[in-house]
Design a protein around this ligand. Structure first.
Ligand code: CU
Ligand code: CU
Length: 463
């Protein structure tokens, strides 16, 4: 198991953190996805870009043109075909030799099922002469092995947003030792989907490291035997060649150490800087280091750690199975996934942020990227204090709705929770919420109706 980054000397003072309310069935929203249910896929015929096509209806294929249908070996698959425009069509799955009946006339439909016994990729298409050539074809991908096995093997790579070391407290500068292990592993990206992540210490983002200005930070980078790639680390908090990347280019089975002086306070990104750097970053190799100013940051009740990144997969968003990195999409900046803390639903169903009404909270927020600027916003809240660009030596700006955070940059937002409810973390470029980018801040306590209530002002608050 990887070792977390640990400041070597001095127990850090714990923040005043009341116990977090427990997750309950009532406040954990229903995932709405059950992959043990019968697998039903609905395709509707239509025209797109001047071609005849099948269009996915509902579920993970909704709205996709000629969607790839990914299932696991041994699963029962039901296919529904709906006639969307009135010409005559059918649906045939090659090599399985199963087909729908012809659907003639708009809204006519047909259903068939088959057992996915053979792994591999099989074309589906319309057998009406000329229709396949006109665009009516797609793929059924049958992944070898069971879905349960594929999923149980996939690690949870999500960094819990509550995984934040406490404030430094009053102490003199010292040497802080940090160990970063570059772990490559198959991780759970989404329900039924996995990805080969590259990480610092097995989670995305890497550990939040916390030091004070004037500390000497000694970073040991270990690349385990069995890794495929070389890795390194560039600290934006460091001054010197490559931010430490020159000293830490590390082959599998080797380790290197770099030591730097934390000369400037702030909240800084670190990331792998081994070419192709964008590839190492997208795969999960980013994290942050907080360099506290003399005297620390203002005290709050709870602190959280959230980072945003993108994933560029060959398969379109929502596909099941093992996803593969697409280098062409990466260098042309066409991501399939936008993620908080490394995975779809990482901060909603899996590791939401919990707090109580009346508390003040802080979010250390950063963008690993590699490419997209975030317009960070919490729906239903206003940031009381924002340390823009992670600058903790400038006075915070106050009462902010949305804050811009560039790749390789950060922000710190502090706010008081005046009312209970579920508040949603987003990038306000909201198309990205449809590609995985959302988190919940679940606040327990009184729903203070004086602050907001349904209905008119004269109906008055109920409490
Ligand atoms: Cu790397
Ligand atoms: Cu950088």
């Amino acid at each position: 198991m990887a070792t977390e980054a640990t400041p070597a000397a001095g127990e850090q003072a714990a923040p005043t953190t009341p116990a977090a309310p427990a997750a309950t069935a009532a406040n954990a929203p229903d995932p709405g996805v059950s992959y043990h249910a019968p697998l039903t896929y609905t395709l509707k015929t239509g025209i797109a870009g001047g071609r005849m096509v099948y269009i996915g209806v509902g579920g993970t294929i909704d709205g996709q043109i000629n969607p790839t249908i990914t299932v696991y070996e041994g699963e029962l698959v039901q296919m529904n075909l709906i006639n969307g425009e009135g010409a005559e069509h059918d649906l045939f799955v090659d090599q399985y030799n199963v087909r729908s009946s012809k659907v003639i006339g708009k809204n006519a439909s047909s259903t068939f099922s088959f057992l996915a016994t053979k792994p591999g990729e099989f074309a589906y298409f319309c057998t009406i002469p000329g229709h396949r050539q006109a665009g009516m074809e797609g793929l059924v991908r049958v992944v070898a092995g069971s879905r349960a096995a594929a999923e149980s093997d996939a690690a949870d790579i999500v960094r819990d947003p509550g995984d934040v070391p406490g404030p430094i407290g009053p102490r003199q500068p010292e040497v802080v030792k940090v160990e970063l292990d570059t772990i490559e592993l198959q991780g759970k990206l989404d329900n039924g989907a996995t990805y080969e992540y590259w990480t610092f210490n097995g989670k995305v983002p890497g550990p939040l490291i916390r030091v004070r200005v004037g500390d000497t930070v000694e970073v040991k980078l270990k690349n385990p035997e069995g890794s495929v790639m070389m890795h390194s680390v560039d600290f934006h908090a460091a001054t010197g060649p490559g931010g430490g990347a020159h000293a830490t280019q590390t082959e599998p089975g080797a380790e290197n150490t770099v030591t730097f002086k934390a000369m400037k306070p702030g909240v800084f990104v670190y990331h792998c800087a081994t070419p192709s750097v964008a590839h190492h970053i997208t795969n999960g190799m980013y994290g942050m280091i907080v360099v506290e100013p003399e005297g620390g940051l203002p005290q709050v009740d709870r602190e959280f750690y959230v980072m945003q990144g993108e994933l560029y997969t060959v398969e379109s968003f929502g596909t099941r199975g093992a996803m593969e990195m697409d280098y062409d999409k990466l260098i042309s900046e066409r991501p399939e996934y936008f993620l908080f803390n490394g995975a779809v639903e990482a901060l909603t169903k899996r590791h939401p942020l919990y707090a109580n009404a009346g508390e003040t909270v802080r979010i250390f927020f950063g963008v690993g990227g590699p490419n997209f600027t975030s317009s960070f916003h919490v729906i239903g809240e206003i940031f009381d204090n924002v340390y823009t660009f992670g600058s903790v030596t400038s006075p915070p700006i106050t009462n902010v709705q949305t804050i811009t955070v560039p790749p390789g940059g950060s922000t710190v937002v502090d706010f008081k929770l005046d009312r209970a409810g579920t508040f949603v973390l987003v990038d306000h470029a909201l198309s990205r919420a449809e590609r995985g980018l959302a988190g919940y801040l679940i606040v327990e306590g009184p729903e203070n109706d004086a602050i907001m209530h349904t209905g008119t002002a004269d109906q008055g608050p109920k409490n």
